[in-house]
Design a binder for this molecule. Structure first.
Ligand code: ATP
Ligand code: MG
Length: 301
């Protein structure tokens, strides 16, 4: 466990109550999120991911157990929720649908203005945040959000959270709906945010490729329980268990990337060459058998 965790939950349970209906969404979750790390919370629909992260900035209160952010119990009496939400920025699915400013600048400035900062401070935060997400202010600040592409709008929403200078950034399924290129771009900005701003990132996702390429620690939720946690390498090595919880291991290419990132380039290279050798053998096998069978070898690929 981490020496200096930014978020800790102990025996956290959450039950939604609506009239006679009760739904136990989280059961006895104990976890720690290391400061400055990028972690992912994975699990199928309804496993409790959103419920869990909403405890990290006080949007939900534990039914049982405690949640500590920087050592402060978020449900203690007299906790400054505004300060907490400034520390832990939460971006929801389809965040661009929450843009409402007349211009990109106005939108990103909304949060800092509510903190009663000087105009100069607001301006510097807005411009800095837009730069970080790859929307140069000269070009974008005065544009209307609705004129931008979906991916750009999402980055405006991200800039809005960054302008609050959070220590922790929680992203709840924010890459959904972006195409491959849009996603890759979004990830590259996340990496940049980590490097430049040293924030802790909590990704909620059920896309294992995304998780493999970004996170260094995974928490797996299933029906409200924390059923597994560990490095991506150790979690992905338990494919059978993951499948039981409705999850897949990431595609091979992502695993290779992961191996390379973790400093085992030689091993990754070896696996790569084995795969290409195998592919060669297979295609020569298939072309000879295809000839014999009078079929096209493309069927074998
Ligand atoms: N406001 C609510 N009232 C009652 N039950 C709820 C409420 N919000 C969520 N739930 C239930 O709690 C469980 C966990 O929901 P949650 O939204 O945390 O799951 P999730 O892992 O984020 O799912 P998804 O991948 O679909 O976003 C589900 O069974 C859900 O139906
Ligand atoms: Mg959710």
């Amino acid at each position: 466990m981490s020496q200096n965790p930014v978020i800790v939950t102990r025996h956290l349970s959450h039950t939604y109550v609506a009239g006679q209906l009760r739904k136990q969404a989280l059961l006895d979750i104990t976890l720690e999120i290391a400061r400055g790390s990028c972690v992912a919370i994975v699990g199928v629909n309804g496993s409790g991911k959103t419920t869990l992260v909403q405890h990290f900035n006080g949007l939900l209160r534990p039914t049982e157990g405690i949640v500590l952010v920087d050592g402060i119990d978020v449900s203690a009496k007299g906790v400054d929720l505004q300060a907490l939400r400034q520390r832990v920025g939460l971006l929801f699915q389809l965040p661009e649908s929450q843009l409402f400013g007349r211009t990109v600048y106005e939108d990103v400035a909304f949060g800092p203005r509510r903190l009663h900062m000087s105009r100069r401070e607001v301006r510097s935060r807005v411009l800095g945040a837009l730069e970080t997400v790859g929307l140069p202010p000269r070009e974008y600040a005065r544009r209307a959000p609705f004129e931008l592409s979906g991916g750009q709008r999402r980055r405006v929403a991200l800039a809005g959270v960054l302008a609050m200078m959070p220590e922790t950034l929680v992203l709840d399924e924010v890459s959904i709906g972006l195409d491959g290129e849009g996603r890759a771009e979004f990830y590259s900005y996340l990496r940049r945010i980590r490097e430049e701003r040293r924030v802790t990132i909590v990704l909620v996702s059920h896309d294992m490729a995304e998780v493999a390429s970004l996170a260094e620690w995974l928490f797996v939720l299933h029906e409200g329980h924390l059923v597994m946690q560990g490095s991506p390498r150790s979690v992905f090595s338990q494919g059978d268990a993951l499948r039981e919880w409705g999850l897949n291991t990431p595609p091979l290419s992502e695993l290779l990337l992961l191996l390379r990132k973790q400093g085992v380039a030689a091993l990754a290279g070896k696996v790569n060459s084995l795969i290409s050798r195998q592919a060669l053998t297979r295609s020569s096998d298939s072309s000879s058998s295809a000839k014999a069978a009078g079929r096209s070898s493309s069927n074998h690929k």
